[in-house]
Ligand binder design. Structure first.
Ligand SMILES: [Zn+2]
Ligand SMILES: [Zn+2]
Length: 289
C-alpha cells in the first residue's frame, strides 16, 4: 500500500454551497492545493456522505431532522464524511496524518442541539467510528477556534478517554483534568509589547503537550478555526505564523506520543483570502519530513 505523509479530504460542495457567504470562503479550492499536491507526499481524497447509522450513534433522530431542514447544513453529510474517512485512512496506515476541509462545522453540535454554522459533530463521529471499527480508544483534542467547543464538550463530558483542551477565553479544568478551557493571553499584560502570536503559541505549548504526554492518546485532533485571525469574526489578533507553528507542534507531538496519528479538522473563519493564504502552508507543515 502506498503510504502518503498527509491526506487532504475535500468535496466540491464545500466551495460551491458551503456555509458563510454562500461558499466564498473556499472559493479558491481545490486549485489552491496544486502546490502542496506536487511531489507525491500529499494525497487528495473526495469523501462520500457519512452514514445515518453512524450519525445515530452520536446524535438524536430529532437533530438529524433539524439538520435536514437547515439550508446552512446542506454540506453536513459530506463534511462529517470527510473527517470520518480521514480517521479511517490514518488508522489503516495509508496516510500519516490528515487535513479535513468542511462545508459545515462540528464543534457547536451536541447530542441534540446544533448551531453556529455547525451541524453534525464531525470529531465525535470520527471518534466513535475509530473506536468501533479500529480499536482506538483514547483521543486528545486541541480546539483553537475562537469560540468554546460546547457541542464536543457536551458529548464527551463524562468520557475519561477524551482529553478536550479548548482555547476559548475562559479558564476551567474538570476534577479529572480531562476537560480544560484556556484563556486568551493578554497582549498588553505581562511582557509588554510581546507579539500576540508568540503569547498565544506559548500558551498552547504550555497547556497542551504535557497533558497529552500524561494522557497517552491513540490519536490527536486539532480543531483548527482561523476566525481568531486579524479581521475575521473572532479576531484576537493572530496571523499566519501562529497557526503554522501550531501545525508543527501538533505534527511533532503526534509523532512523539501516537505514531504521528493526527487529524486536523477545519473550523471557523470566513474570509476567502485568509483560507487561501493560511491553509496550504498548514498542509505543507503536516507533510514535511
Ligand atoms: Zn468559532
Ligand atoms: Zn472552551
Amino acid at each position: 500500500m502506498t503510504r502518503y505523509a498527509t491526506g487532504v479530504f475535500y468535496h466540491p460542495s464545500f466551495s460551491r454551497r458551503s456555509y458563510l457567504t454562500v461558499g466564498a470562503r473556499l472559493a479558491d479550492f481545490p486549485a489552491a492545493l496544486d502546490g502542496v499536491l506536487r511531489g507525491g507526499r500529499v494525497k487528495l481524497y473526495e469523501p462520500g456522505p457519512v452514514s445515518r447509522e453512524l450519525v445515530l450513534k452520536v446524535h438524536t433522530p430529532g437533530l438529524i431532522e433539524g439538520v435536514k431542514g437547515d439550508p446552512l447544513c446542506s454540506t453536513a453529510w459530506h463534511s462529517a464524511g470527510g473527517v470520518v474517512m480521514a480517521g479511517d485512512k490514518i488508522a489503516e496506515g495509508e496516510i500519516g496524518n490528515a487535513f479535513a476541509f468542511i462545508g459545515a462545522g462540528g464543534h457547536h453540535s451536541g447530542r441534540d442541539f446544533f448551531g453556529g454554522y455547525c451541524c453534525f459533530n464531525d470529531v465525535a463521529l470520527c471518534v466513535v467510528n475509530l473506536r468501533e471499527k479500529r480499536g482506538l480508544r483514547r483521543f486528545a483534542i486541541l480546539d483553537t477556534d475562537a469560540h468554546h467547543g460546547d457541542g464536543t464538550r457536551e458529548i464527551f463530558l463524562d468520557d475519561p478517554d477524551i482529553l478536550h483542551v479548548c482555547i476559548c477565553g475562559r479558564e476551567y479544568e474538570s476534577s479529572d483534568k480531562t476537560k480544560v478551557d484556556v484563556g486568551y493571553p493578554d497582549p498588553r499584560g505581562s511582557g509588554v509589547g510581546r507579539p500576540i502570536n508568540d503569547a498565544y503559541f506559548d500558551r498552547v505549548a504550555d497547556r497542551f503537550p504535557d497533558r497529552v504526554r500524561r494522557f497517552r492518546p491513540d490519536l490527536l485532533f486539532w480543531y483548527f478555526g482561523f476566525d481568531t485571525h486579524q479581521g475575521d469574526y473572532g479576531d484576537i489578533g493572530l496571523t499566519g505564523p501562529c497557526y503554522w507553528n501550531i501545525a508543527l507542534l501538533m505534527r511533532d507531538l503526534a509523532g512523539e506520543v501516537c505514531g504521528g496519528k493526527l487529524a486536523v479538522v477545519l473550523g471557523g473563519g470566513s474570509h476567502t483570502k485568509l483560507a487561501t493564504y493560511l491553509i496550504p502552508p498548514v498542509i505543507e507543515r503536516l507533510a514535511g519530513s
